[in-house]
Design a protein around this ligand. Structure first.
Ligand code: TEU
Length: 537
């Protein structure tokens, strides 16, 4: 298999708006990221993925872009962005940007032109119909909005302020390709591609993701942009199956480096109400899905490994126990993730076990998805009570991941000297970077160790290229598997639950690499709540 520069990389996602504010306006900025490069280098990550910092009306916090080649003033200037790319490189850290090319903001000049007249040169950059279909937006309501000036409806799979681009239009594709190459010429290392599975949509056939034009389009896009720079690309593909993943990531097809698949994330989501009506996560189901993706993806295809991002509740609150076991379960989930094959992603704050937040009133929330679904499910449909809806928001609402980064015990967790755009989680008094850095047993140092392992002479190749071998167990919450590469053998045993589990070990134990439960007997091994154990043999 051809080795790629990013194969052993660990990627850290930054939600700039909530990361670090240096101006006192209550919003994180690019200078704030530059200020924390030492910290990120100390953690050991190789790449920073920035959620969008382009000019935007912020209806969807930057995923509604009005100028792809301008930095929004709230985040700083293009000079700041160029400084970040330069300073990060000095720390051996690459920058990847968030590429949102399924849709723009309704304030993008292309759309402002397009809606002027049916014969406008930019009209066909977007999708218009005389009468709408019954397709729904991801954020609730119809996916069509009426424009009275031209007496037509335009299509938007997300908010009405996010009109979908028409990927059948050659001139639009060329403008997008030129923009991508303009960013790559600035020295970024690649992109995360927002909802990229949608650019093959066929509205007339009611097809949105995985349309038949998707992969040919991706191959042309990659050939004319990413592949010319050996760029790293990760596609957000919510509906990807294993077969889809093979198409996206088979190196011979030269489409994408890797993808985010979401089968594990949506395991306990309701078919109608999705994340707003979930059941407790079944550990066996999680294990089966994670193991399936480890075993069925060919060796040269590449999966991404994540439990957190800016769209999800934080994993210790969502699936674990963010009370008495918060730190232990954070380490346990991290160990399972980083010991598997694929590119691990660390979402800001995950490395210190930040948790979900519980705002008492719906107006305390910012997220357009929360507000739209509240209006639809609670007010319009009365499908659930306010209490039922909020209890699901407490688990899975996107704002849980967007509370300000908790740097220290000072006001607002050290995120800003101003009024934060989103209220901090008050637990910054005891969950913060400062305290983590002072405690060698902290979650931070556990993540630092896992990341170091992937870069290490001893075990790097085993974790990056090694075979994944599941081990039999009767315990649903015992994640027991091995990684083999040449003469190296690793045993990974993690209890992703609160009841004790055990397994017999007849062989020798060489190097104990992770042992969060301080286990000292290695014949019949017992793991207590959220213990994690990794050793070589
Ligand atoms: O997310 C795609 C997306 O569909 C998610 O918002 C997800 O469907 C939703 O949270 C499930 O309830 C990407 C970005 O990650 C997200 O932040 C944007 O809001 C969205 O696309 C539109 O750009």
């Amino acid at each position: 298999m051809e080795k790629k520069w990013w194969h052993n990389n660990v990627i850290y996602q930054i939600y700039p708006k909530s990361f670090n504010d240096t101006t006192g306006n209550g919003i994180g900025d690019i200078q704030g990221i530059i200020e924390k490069l030492e910290y990120l280098c100390y953690l050991g990550v190789d790449i920073l993925w920035l959620s969008p910092v382009y000019e935007s009306p912020m209806k969807d916090n930057g995923y509604d872009i009005s100028n792809y080649q301008k930095i929004d003033p709230v985040f700083g200037s293009m000079a700041d962005m160029e400084q970040l790319i330069k300073e990060a490189k000095k720390h051996d850290i690459g920058i990847i940007m968030d590429l949102v090319i399924n849709h723009t903001s309704d304030q993008h000049p292309w759309f402002l032109e397009a809606k002027k007249a049916k014969d406008n040169a930019y009209r066909d950059y977007y999708i218009w119909k005389d009468s709408p279909t019954d397709m729904e937006s991801v954020f609730g309501g119809s996916a069509w909005t009426y424009d009275e000036v031209t007496d037509q409806h335009y299509f938007h799979l997300f908010a009405e302020e996010q009109p979908d681009l028409n990927w059948d239009n050659k001139a639009m594709r060329k403008d997008i390709y030129d923009m991508i190459n303009w960013w790559l010429d600035k020295g970024i290392k690649g992109f995360r591609l927002d909802v990229i599975e949608l650019i093959g949509k066929d509205i007339d056939k009611g097809v949105t993701s995985n349309g038949k034009r998707l992969h040919p389009r991706l191959q042309t896009l990659a050939k004319d942009t990413f592949n010319k720079y050996d760029a790293f690309t990760v596609g957000e593909t919510w509906s990807a199956s294993i077969d889809d993943a093979r198409l996206y990531t088979d190196p011979k097809r030269k489409e994408l480096s890797t993808i985010f698949q979401f089968e594990h994330i949506t395991l306990n989501w309701d078919k109608t109400y999705n994340k707003f009506k979930t059941t407790p996560l079944d550990r066996k189901a999680l294990k089966d899905v994670l193991y399936k993706w480890q075993k069925e993806l060919p060796d040269d295809a590449w999966n991404s490994l994540f439990f957190n991002n800016h769209d999800l509740g934080r994993v210790t609150s969502r699936w674990g126990n963010d009370g008495r076991y918060n730190e232990k379960c954070a380490k346990a989930f991290a160990t399972v993730l980083h010991m598997m094959k694929g590119i691990p992603f660390v979402y800001q704050g995950e490395e210190i076990a930040m948790t979900n937040v519980k705002y008492q009133h719906i107006d305390d929330y910012n997220d357009i998805e929360i507000h739209n679904r509240h209006r639809e499910y609670v007010i319009e449909q009365q499908a659930m009570t306010q209490h039922e809806f909020l209890s699901q928001v407490y688990l899975n609402g996107r704002d849980n991941a967007r509370t300000p980064m908790q740097w220290d015990k000072s006001n607002n967790g050290g995120f800003t000297t101003g009024t934060p755009w989103l209220r901090p989680n008050n637990n910054y008094l005891f969950i913060n970077v400062d305290d983590n850095l002072k405690n060698k047993q902290s979650v931070f140092y556990h993540y630092q160790k896992l990341i170091k392992l992937r870069h290490s002479e001893d075990y790097g190749d085993t974790l990056v290229y090694g075979a994944f071998i599941p081990c039999e167990t009767t315990y649903d919450n015992l994640f027991l598997f091995e990684r083999h590469h040449k003469e190296k053998r690793l045993l990974i045993a993690v209890n992703l639950g609160e009841s004790s589990v055990s397994f017999e070990w007849e062989r020798n134990v060489d190097d104990i690499i992770v042992n969060t439960g301080n286990i000292d007997y290695f014949k019949s091994i017992t793991l207590n709540a959220y213990d994690a154990l990794v050793f070589s043999y």
